[in-house]
Design a protein around this ligand. Structure first.
Ligand code: RFL
Ligand code: PHB
Length: 389
């Protein structure tokens, strides 16, 4: 079988790229190891930058996001018993939308299938071949049969644990990484929102985040030991920890509700460079990971595939290769800015077990600066809403 672009992975990166290519008359096939039901129900990101919303709307897949997502014009930072608002819109003229990643996935899958786009679910044993030639291919099995998909280009959009990144020879790759000594305990709760805006709380017991999904479902996180087990956390223990960390002395109270999902995620910063080798291009988490404190991961995936779609449009419509050749450099400029911001937000808000009293005072001084200086608040806001695409 032959296509123009073989895409490995039906996450936000792979699905959106396939759709953007289709809008430019370029054919692609997506190979995904999980089922449609699984990709449409995995709970992950929630915050979409304005640029991400614009790309989704321009691609014709933004209608449900505009209707069901919530526009947020600010966030709150809570520390020292008080909450401080960062007015994103006043400081930057832009805003963010809270709309769950799996809803974006549903919208993209529906759009791909309505346009007769091809997504092969439940593929196994995916391997990438001949990317240094003009005729690369991807081999995989599905339902016990072995297939070979020939393509002009291969896109590795298979996330951090996929096979694409390691298909690049180790001799051409450099990995940059940092693993944090803590994780996030995430819960989904049936209740009304406790707050109109997201609350990022720094507390001596550790970080906590109050986020939302809808009028009836809330998303809350708190810093934990990454090796802890969810079974060690009864609902009562979770609520006691969250109340202690997020409540402030103004009488504001966190609303409780039925907890219907619990999970623990690790935190790491990671960049693999270059993002291209021959005719293999990496996009999204396959090439880079950020800790979720800056809410950047999915937004970076969208930014990567926007660059790729412009580059393939140039290649197929006008025969130019400049944008393809510039992909690594263009993508990494944004990636490293987001890496820095995500590391900075993580450092600003988490408890570090080994922090000396001196380092603790520096952290507090930085927080005070962010909420009292317009310049510092603008730096946070500009990065949080996302640098322009
Ligand atoms: P994905 O979403 O991991 O998709 C990769 C897809 O590839 C498939 N796959 C394979 N398919 C075929 N063959 C193989 N060998 C394969 N190996 C894997 C997988 O099944 C999967 O379907 O990567 P993509 O598209 O690059 O998207 C990245 C985002 O998912 C990720 O960056 C975000 O979820 C990160 N993130 C957040 N990003 C934001 O922009 N805003 C947020 O508010 C935000 N919050 C979060 C987050 C991530 C979190 N977790 C769970 C890590 C909150 C959390 C808790
Ligand atoms: C989420 O709602 O899942 C979320 C929000 C903000 C973050 C990370 C995750 O920084």
């Amino acid at each position: 079988m032959k296509t123009q672009i073989a895409i490995i992975g039906a996450g936000p990166a792979g699905l959106l790229l396939s759709h953007l290519l289709h809008l430019n008359g370029i054919e692609s096939v997506i190979l995904e190891s999980r089922t449609r039901a699984e990709i449409e129900s995995t709970i992950r990101a929630g915050v979409l930058e304005q640029g991400t919303m614009d790309v989704l709307c321009e691609a014709g897949v933004g209608a449900r996001m505009l209707k069901e997502g919530t526009l947020h014009h600010g966030i709150e930072l809570a520390f020292g018993g008080r909450r401080h608002r960062i007015d994103l819109t006043e400081l930057t003229g832009r805003a963010i939308t809270v709309y769950a990643q799996h809803e974006v996935i549903k919208d993209l899958v529906a759009a791909r299938l309505a346009a007769r786009g091809e997504i092969r679910f439940e593929v196994r044993d995916v391997s990438v071949h001949d990317v240094e030639s003009d005729a690369p291919s991807v081999r995989y099995t599905c339902g016990g049969e072995t297939y070979r998909l020939e393509a002009d280009f291969v896109i590795g959009a298979d996330g951090f644990h996929g096979i694409s990144r390691s298909s690049m020879p180790a001799s051409v790759r450099s990995d940059y990484q940092r693993t944090y000594p803590f994780g996030w305990f995430g819960i989904l709760v049936e209740s009304a929102p406790s707050s109109d805006e997201l609350i990022y709380a720094q507390h001596e017991r550790g970080f906590a985040l109050v986020s939302t999904r809808s009028a009836t479902v809330q998303r809350l996180y708190f810093q934990c030991d990454p090796k802890d087990d969810v079974d060690n956390w009864s609902d009562d223990r979770i609520w006691a920890e969250l109340h202690a960390r997020v409540e402030t002395s103004d009488g504001w109270k966190l609303k409780e509700g039925k907890i219907f999902q619990k999970n623990i995620i690790g935190m790491r910063s990671f960049v693999s460079a270059p993002m291209q080798h021959g005719r293999l291009f990496l996009a999204g988490d396959a090439a880079h990971i950020v800790p979720p404190t800056g809410a950047k991961g999915m937004n970076l995936a969208v930014a990567d595939v926007r660059l790729l779609s412009l580059a393939f449009e140039q290649f197929y419509r006008r025969g130019g290769q400049e944008l393809l050749a510039a992909y690594t450099q263009s993508a990494l400029a944004r990636v490293w800015r987001a890496e820095h911001f995500s590391w900075w937000m993580t450092s600003l808000l988490h408890r570090f077990e080994d922090a000396t009293p001196f380092q603790q005072q520096l952290q507090r001084a930085e927080l005070e600066y962010v909420v009292s200086s317009r310049a510092a608040a603008t730096t946070l806001a500009e990065n949080y809403v996302g640098m322009p695409f």
